[in-house]
Design a protein around this ligand. Structure first.
Ligand SMILES: *[C@@H]1O[C@H](CO)[C@@H](O)[C@H](O)[C@H]1NC(C)=O
Ligand SMILES: *[C@@H]1O[C@H](CO)[C@@H](O)[C@H](O)[C@H]1NC(C)=O
Ligand SMILES: *[C@@H]1O[C@H](CO)[C@@H](O)[C@H](O)[C@H]1NC(C)=O
Ligand SMILES: *[C@@H]1O[C@H](CO)[C@@H](O)[C@H](O)[C@H]1NC(C)=O
Length: 253
């Protein structure tokens, strides 16, 4: 089975290969109260204009899906309406080393911000899971600026959110994913956004499968499965600091 990862780009034909489609845009749900989800981050490639969601996990790190990786990614913090974007922040992308865009799995990426975020009322971090086996509340919420209709280009200017219910893990597949199912949920352009259960982010919007007429199964990267990798990346900024210093030294010389 081949997977076609899709992010919201402004030209659109078919996004589904063998019934597997990428996520763009919340179907159903409602418009979020402006700035009520202060961890939510808008991500856009400055060249292709492809966009994704993401979320702030520390002042200096945004988490998103690895298939959102592009050469000129910029992040925007504290966004409600994408037609009124604040100053962009450049990032250094760190996709999971095992991610392969022709296969499902390992769809997780950290973006190291070149300028750390200033936390305030509209820019805040969200809590990551603590251990792999912690119990997850089944009542979750997913959000994004993606399409509002599966069959028509219809990104939302304002952030939208929808309630979804987690499936039992035995009905979901590989153990690095968690799933929800139903007509309402994430769609094209919602990739990389958070699946929030209780007050904790448990998943990253990855892709969906069109199962039958009104049933869409959404797959999310199970963040808790990747805690060792996450901690290693976030603990270990040496390489970046080294590059930054080298850059400064080069300028001085
Ligand atoms: C990625 O997956 C494809 C298809 O399964 C495979 O042919 C390719 O070798 C993989 N690439 C890497 C770098 O593992
Ligand atoms: C989505 O768009 C199609 C085609 O325009 C339309 O027939 C359908 O009613 C729309 N669905 C929703 C939920 O708006
Ligand atoms: C999700 O469920 C909560 C609690 O039942 C409710 O307050 C909220 O309005 C729902 N959100 C949406 C988008 O339907
Ligand atoms: C689940 O994850 C563990 C590592 O955390 C791995 O060793 C195991 O093979 C995985 N099981 C399945 C069914 O994918």
């Amino acid at each position: 089975m081949s997977i076609l990862w899709l992010i919201a780009v402004l030209l659109l034909l078919h996004y589904c290969a063998s019934g597997v489609c990428m996520h763009h845009g919340i179907i159903g749900g409602k418009v979020s109260i402006p700035h009520s989800r202060p961890y939510m981050v808008y991500i856009r490639d400055s060249e292709t204009k492809a966009s994704c969601g993401g979320f702030l996990v520390r002042e200096d790190f945004v988490m998103t899906a690895a298939h959102c990786n592009k050469n000129h990614l910029m992040v925007y913090l504290g966004v409600s309406n994408t037609h009124h974007l604040p100053v962009s922040v450049a990032v250094h992308p760190i996709p999971h080393p095992k991610f392969n865009k022709s296969q499902p799995g390992h769809d997780i990426m950290l973006l190291k911000l070149e300028t750390s975020a200033t936390l305030n009322k509209i820019v805040k971090t969200i809590t990551l899971p603590k251990t792999e086996n912690e119990e997850i509340s089944k009542n979750c919420m997913v959000m994004g600026w993606g399409w509002q209709n599966y069959s028509m280009e219809s990104p939302s200017r304002v952030l939208k959110e929808v309630n979804v219910t987690l499936l039992d893990s035995k009905n979901c597949g590989p153990n690095d994913t968690i799933c929800t199912e139903g007509y309402y949920g994430p769609s094209l352009g919602d990739s990389g956004g958070p699946l929030v259960c209780g007050d904790v982010v448990q998943g990253i919007v990855s892709y969906y499968i069109h199962e039958s007429k009104n049933i869409y199964r959404s797959r999310y990267t199970h963040i808790a499965h990747y805690l060792p990798w996450i901690h290693q990346v976030m603990k270990n900024p040496n390489q970046l600091q080294h590059e930054t210093w080298k850059g400064k030294l080069d300028k001085l010389i």
